[in-house]
Design a protein around this ligand. Structure first.
Ligand code: PPE
Length: 308
């Protein structure tokens, strides 16, 4: 995804020029993946740009940092303010927001505890994550030969930088095999996540998604879709899924901040349901986009209005 340079990036309390937002090549996180990040979206609303579930994302960032014993030198409230400032100064109505907490420069070796903890927040314009047509037509997914990181190897609950080389291996394998996206299983063979998305299936009118204990990320879009589906009167169950549950689903879709809500039309060359976007997927997509754009009153509390 090529990035269009903007104006400023927030680094350790200051807004620096985009082209000056640099780090030393001996930054600990660059060598060892010792960082944690978030992916957040701000949407265009009739009250100006609004960040979707900002506090929830920043709380997860602080949890990820806590898991890795990184003490973040800013409070949640300071990070909220910094995010709003960064969006405002770059003048975007809608954007993707990438806060990063990372072990910085002047300490090498595998003990990260002596390295400083730095924080940055960047924004950029990020269009449809899985392609222009994916939102309507859906994507073709493939079960990856790469298992998702297991609880006893790396904590799946943390959105830690280094953990994403696992996702990248799965993503590249799927792309090189001619698919759009991967689906990762855990060591026991249960479905977990896409490389950067949670996964849902619809069976007999019930919405099913793997429990966080199976090793998926505790996704904020996932939580939003579960809430919306229940409010619409659907039964939602968090239960383990085997790969054949995907093959035989009536509908399936990915959720994520970058991906939003994207139908899955095939898994391992088996078409799912009517081979396109199913009716419940469409209904949930529409309700989700209404919520993110400030057009659904019950969910306005999920938005942080940048100019207010
Ligand atoms: N699982 C994984 C592994 C994951 O990385 C994400 C977000 C999700 C599920 C969905 O979580 P949430 O965004 O809270 O609904 N992936 C982020 C990074 C994507 C990237 O390519 O970078 C994102 O969507 O921002």
């Amino acid at each position: 995804m090529p990035i269009q340079p903007l104006q400023k990036i927030w680094m350790d309390g200051e807004l620096v020029e985009w082209d000056d937002a640099k780090i030393h090549v001996l930054t600990h996180a660059l060598h060892y993946g010792s960082g944690a990040f978030e992916g957040i979206r701000a949407y265009d609303t009739n009250r100006g740009p609004a960040v979707f579930r900002l506090d929830d994302h920043l709380r997860r960032l602080l949890r990820s940092a806590h898991i890795y014993l990184m003490e973040v030198p800013y409070s949640l409230q300071e990070l909220v303010q910094a995010t709003k400032e960064t969006i405002l100064v770059n003048g975007l109505e809608a954007c993707y927001v990438r806060p990063l907490v990372y072990r910085g420069y002047r300490e090498m070796g595998l003990n990260p505890l002596l390295a400083p903890v730095n924080v940055s927040i960047a924004v950029w314009a990020w269009g449809p994550y899985l392609g222009e047509d994916a939102v309507e037509l859906g994507v073709r997914a493939k079960i990856s030969s790469w298992k998702r990181i297991d609880h006893n190897m790396l904590p799946p609950a943390a959105k830690a930088s280094g953990q994403y080389i696992n996702s990248a291996l799965a993503k590249v394998e799927a792309l090189k095999a001619g698919y759009d996206e991967a689906v990762m299983l855990n060591m026991a063979g249960s479905v977990t996540d896409g490389p950067g998305e949670n996964i849902f299936v619809v069976r007999d009118g019930v919405l099913l998604t793997p429990p966080v204990s199976d090793g998926c990320l505790d996704g904020i879009t996932r939580d939003s879709v579960i809430t919306i589906a229940r409010d619409l009167g659907y039964e939602v169950r968090e239960q383990s899924l085997a790969r054949a549950d995907l093959y035989t689903a009536d509908e399936a879709f990915f959720t994520g901040t970058a991906a939003e809500v994207v139908p899955i039309r095939e898994v391992d060359d088996r078409s799912i349901g009517s081979d396109g976007r199913g009716p419940m997927t469409k209904e949930l997509q529409e309700a989700f986009f209404a919520a993110t754009h400030g057009e659904a009153d019950p969910y306005v509390g999920w938005l942080t209005f940048v100019k207010e």
